[in-house]
Design a protein around this ligand. Structure first.
Ligand code: IVH
Length: 568
């Protein structure tokens, strides 16, 4: 009997082994390009095809399975608990500073302590995640441990193996026999938002912040569950090594990179003290664009011999320091909740806050997503709330500080009527969002939002037609639907406050240009519920023309990839 269906059936054991090795090498290469270099060359589908072929081969020939095979990342059975792991070299914390002056003094003191004339320093982001120590033996990942109390941690190997960016096998050949690589496991802001959006839709508890998300995932006893959490990591230092004596920290980082360990692109150095101060400022400057949470920069003495000579205190080394940036979380008071009406009529609660400085800006509003979230937070007017603003993410309310709640604080309720047009607000049983019940053209708020969307960058990209102008056009009754935009004339426009002749003509020119656009952009611009950029592109590709889409019936629409009965 054949050992498996198609492609594997034709292999002899020898050729199966050869093919499995080739597939593993290719999957490793493409996994490395995707997860470590952030420069994929295969599409997901192409990668999946190779992966499926390898899995089928290994199922047909179980004797060919290797522990470092990409198919072996997710273990089968949940653990009863985590074993403990001793750290032969303790995992320390860092001394902190917040002023440039303190940093400069620390660098000067380090030079003086060594009685040297100068020292070089490195600088890198301080990732807000979970510290890990990975043991590689003969290039193979054999164990992963948490920091724990610094001396004893927990064995989280099964969970760490599920992180695609952690190599099960190092690249190259020149690695030491044994070494412990230290780094930080984290969840990116984008993955955090996606995870929470999915959790909200499914009615599950969202994560409080990416750090808790990472820590919670690593604490899962079931590696299958851990594998569903989108985690990644950065390697940031060498714990210890047998058979390798690097001289500098920057050399360690460069080697790590060559071995396929994911290191931080914003690592820099060796620097002299002045350049190091500039590097710390440069990271802070980039903070909102990094895509992951950091709480500072770490400055280290580059020379490892000098590090040893400087030594350690009880819990912190003398050879490194953390420069802390302003916190991205803060507490403030909720002054009220407003309800905004979106282009599809969705009525969304928005928290109004006592202004507070957080993540480098003053925040006075935060999103509350939907009423489920308001109920989950058990939000009351006047509550003291913890908010968070990290990167370019909209500020979020994380939780309520219950001890500070005032007596008799009133619950936040969904309004019965649309704040814009007064029609009843409806909340369907199976939907998390509440909606204004009137059709888009009868509700000024929906109309304004639909027009803003129509003019937006990914839609018709009408330059000069910003939010303010849309509000004016709708309020003045000049425009009710997108089609009205194309009937506007210079006279009408110039009659608007703050609109000169030049701006009016520019806008008309931009509108004229928008008459000629592509089908996907046009479809997206219409703002049909559930028809985002990707679906619009899919519809355009499938039907080819607007006429064909207009003529399509339900089954014809459902034949388009990613279009289900609701969208259709
Ligand atoms: S070096 C002696 N580099 O910060 C400690 N730590 O307060 C050596 N961390 O728990 C650590 N990013 O997990 C270092 N680029 C980085 C880091 C980093 C985050 C964490 C680390 C540790 C904490 C120390």
């Amino acid at each position: 009997m054949a050992r498996s269906a198609v492609p594997t059936g034709s292999h002899s054991v020898a050729s199966a082994k050869q093919r499995a090795n080739t597939l593993r090498a290719e999957l490793d290469e493409h996994g490395h390009r995707y997860h470590v270099l952030d420069a994929p060359v295969l599409t997901d589908a192409q990668y999946d095809a190779l992966f499926d072929e390898l899995r089928a081969l290994e199922e047909a020939y179980p004797e060919l399975v290797t522990t470092d095979s990409p198919t072996q990342r997710v273990g089968g059975t949940p653990l009863a608990g985590f074993d403990t792991v001793e750290h032969p070299v303790p995992m320390l914390s860092l001394e902190k500073c917040t002023e440039t002056e303190e940093l400069t003094q620390w660098m000067t003191r380090s030079v003086a302590a060594l009685e040297s004339t100068s020292l070089a320093f490195t600088c890198e982001p301080k990732i807000d995640g979970v510290a890990v120590a990975l043991l590689y033996e003969q290039g193979q990942l054999v164990r992963a441990a948490t920091r724990g109390d610094g001396t004893t941690g927990e064995n989280i190997t099964a969970n760490v193996r599920t992180i695609q960016a952690v190599p099960l096998k190092l690249r190259g050949k020149d690695w030491p026999d044994r070494m412990e690589v230290r780094g930080e496991i984290y969840m990116s802001q984008r993955d955090f938002e996606r995870f929470n959006e999915a959790a909200r839709v499914a009615g599950r508890q969202p994560l409080v912040n990416p750090r808790n998300g990472a820590a919670g995932s690593l604490r899962q006893l079931d590696p299958q569950l851990a594998a569903t959490r989108p985690l990644t990591w950065f390697a940031y230092s060498l714990g210890w090594a047998e058979g390798w004596e690097p001289e500098r920290h920057s050399e360690v980082i460069a080697r790590f990179r060559r071995w396929g360990l994911r290191t931080n692109n914003d690592f820099s150095g060796p620097h002299d003290p002045a350049d190091c101060v500039a590097a710390v400022a440069a990271i802070e400057e980039k903070r909102a664009q990094l895509g992951y949470d950091i709480d500072g920069a770490v400055i280290k003495v580059d020379d490892l011999e000098a590090q040893r000579a400087l030594g350690v205190r009880t819990r912190t080394p003398r050879w490194a320091i953390a420069f802390k940036y302003p916190a991205e979380e803060a507490t403030t008071r909720l002054t009220g909740v407003d309800f905004q009406v979106g282009r599809t009529g969705a009525v969304t609660p928005v928290a109004r806050l006592e202004p507070v400085f957080v993540g480098g800006v003053t925040v006075s509003n935060a999103t509350l997503h939907n009423m489920d979230e308001v109920e989950r937070l058990d939000l009351r007017r006047g509550d003291c709330v913890r908010i968070r603003r990290a990167g370019d993410v909209i500020p979020q309310v994380m939780d309520v500080i219950l001890e500070e709640r005032r007596k008799g604080a009133r619950r936040v309720k969904l309004p019965k009527q649309c704040p814009s047009c007064g029609s009843p607000v409806l909340r369907l049983e199976e939907e998390a969002v509440a909606r204004c019940s009137s059709p888009a053209h009868e509700c000024p708020a929906q109309r304004k939002e639909a027009l803003k969307h129509f003019a937006s960058r990914l839609a018709l990209d009408i330059e000069g037609l910003g939010d303010k102008l849309v509000e004016q056009l709708v309020s003045e009754g000049l425009v009710t639907s997108a089609a009205d935009l194309f009937a506007l004339d210079a006279e009408q426009l110039q009659a608007l406050p703050r609109m000169g002749e030049k701006s009016a003509l520019n806008l008309l020119a931009a509108l004229d240009k928008a008459r000629h656009t592509t089908l996907p952009r046009f479809l997206y611009a219409l703002g049909i519920r559930e028809v985002g950029e990707a679906t619009a592109a899919g519809l355009a590709r499938h039907f080819g023309s607007l006429e064909a889409i207009e003529a399509a019936d339900l089954p014809a629409l459902e034949a388009v990839p990613d279009v289900g009965p609701i969208v259709a």
